[in-house]
Design a protein around this ligand. Structure first.
Ligand SMILES: [Mg+2]
Length: 403
């Protein structure tokens, strides 16, 4: 059936490359550098300092000397004696990792962690908000840089196998898209050792077959691979060598909350400045909710005064909200009941009791339905031009009077 408005009703087409692999660059080293600026630009080795210690991470400057993770620290010292050696602080890495994953989940709930510093993201649900999956990747990298000052690399591809290889190729601090239809141009020149999850014995067998690159592997008859490696592994590797991988991204867990929090360099004292900051945070939270296709029933505002007393106040709706205006109305009601006459050092806005945004809409909200369209339009512009591109009029500084 054709509609007169057929064109306008067509869904945006699916992203041809819907899978992102995001991998932090030299994660432990970069977290240490946040604490100690003298570690910038010099070889750094994070590892146990005893004689039996092992390298947990090496900076790119140290890798240039042949140092790599899992190497004995003693050997790293021989290769790069002038490196700075730092003991690992795994508690801190886990805490920063949680922040990194919170950023991933602010884009999509479909996040599958592989380790403390890397994950797959299935961004196929974001096609209404971004022109391409690479645009999502660019925004993920920018958010990690803006919010945590840490570098990350992103691979964008049709499947997990290719996305992971692409992020390795993008390193450090880059993004690489393997365009749909061009998979083999990217894949076949790579060394077969780069294939993920293949053990030493398998490599030895493949080398025995004269296989050096993934392209070589693709030219070995499938029956030979099945015979030498067993049916299941042989089939699996043969399909990977053709760039085929249908393993889905398996999300780790549900997103429990979406929030934004900021500590200010100098305390805020003027109530209207505080309200403007709260609106900015509502805008950020609303945008993340909509991007992830989520809505939440409970809105919480948090204020910490200059003497570190902290108060939180919550409001619950009968059904989920995801429109900035609704979140802000709740926040304004809540702060209307607290003391804004004192200096504030931290403000936060959070939305919890999350549900899929497809559920029943909150009824009886005192706002025109047009706010939904405004939010959608804002998301669209943000997706194309970045988070700074649009803001509610209140957040735009007034033009200075020139008369
Ligand atoms: Mg990494």
């Amino acid at each position: 059936m054709t509609s007169r408005y057929g064109e306008a009703m067509v869904e945006p087409s699916a992203f041809p490359e819907p899978i992102l692999h995001v991998d932090m660059d030299a994660f432990f080293v970069e977290v240490e550098r946040l604490q100690d600026a003298t570690l910038q630009g010099v070889p750094v080795v994070v590892g146990g300092l005893g004689n039996r210690g092992v390298v947990a991470a090496a900076s790119y400057e140290a890798r240039a000397y042949g140092v790599h993770s899992a190497m004995p620290v003693v050997q790293a010292r021989r290769l790069c004696p002038h490196a700075r050696f730092v003991p690992p602080d795994h508690r801190r890495y886990r805490a920063v990792s949680e922040e990194v994953f919170a950023i991933f989940r602010s884009f999509t709930p479909r996040v599958e962690g592989l380790s403390v510093d890397e994950a797959f993201l299935d961004v196929s649900g974001l096609r209404r908000h971004y022109p391409s999956s690479a645009a999502v990747g660019i925004q993920v990298r920018a958010s990690i840089q803006d919010q945590l000052s840490l570098p990350a690399s992103v691979g964008v591809a049709t499947n997990k196998f290719l996305a992971k290889l692409a992020s390795e190729e993008a390193k450090p601090d880059g993004l690489l898209t393997v365009a749909a239809g061009r998979e083999l141009d990217f894949l076949h020149p790579l060394e077969v050792r780069r294939m993920w999850g293949v053990g030493e014995a398998t490599y030895a067998t493949l080398e025995g077959l004269g296989v050096n690159t993934i392209g070589d592997l693709a030219r070995v008859p499938q029956s030979t691979l099945e015979q030498r490696l067993g049916r299941s592994l042989g089939q699996h590797l043969y399909r990977l060598a053709l760039g085929e991988d249908d393993r889905p991204v398996e999300p780790d867990g549900e997103t429990k909350s979406v929030s934004s929090e900021q500590t200010f360099e100098s305390d805020l004292t003027a109530p209207d400045v505080i309200e403007t900051e709260l609106l900015r945070q509502c805008e950020r939270v609303g945008s993340r909710l909509r991007r992830a296709g989520l809505a939440g029933r409970t809105v919480t505002v948090k204020l910490r005064y200059s003497d570190f007393t902290t108060i939180t106040r919550s409001h619950s709706f009968a059904s989920g909200v995801d429109v900035t205006h609704d979140i802000y109305e709740a926040v304004r009601d809540l702060v209307g009941r607290v003391d804004l006459g004192r200096a504030v050092r931290l403000l936060g806005v959070g939305v919890t009791s999350l549900e899929s945004a497809g559920g029943p809409r909150q009824l009886g909200l005192k706002r025109p339905a047009a706010w939904d369209d405004v939010s959608a339009a804002v998301d669209e512009v943000r997706a194309r031009f970045g988070d700074g591109a649009v803001a509610p009029a209140r957040l735009v500084p007034p033009p200075s009077s020139s008369e």
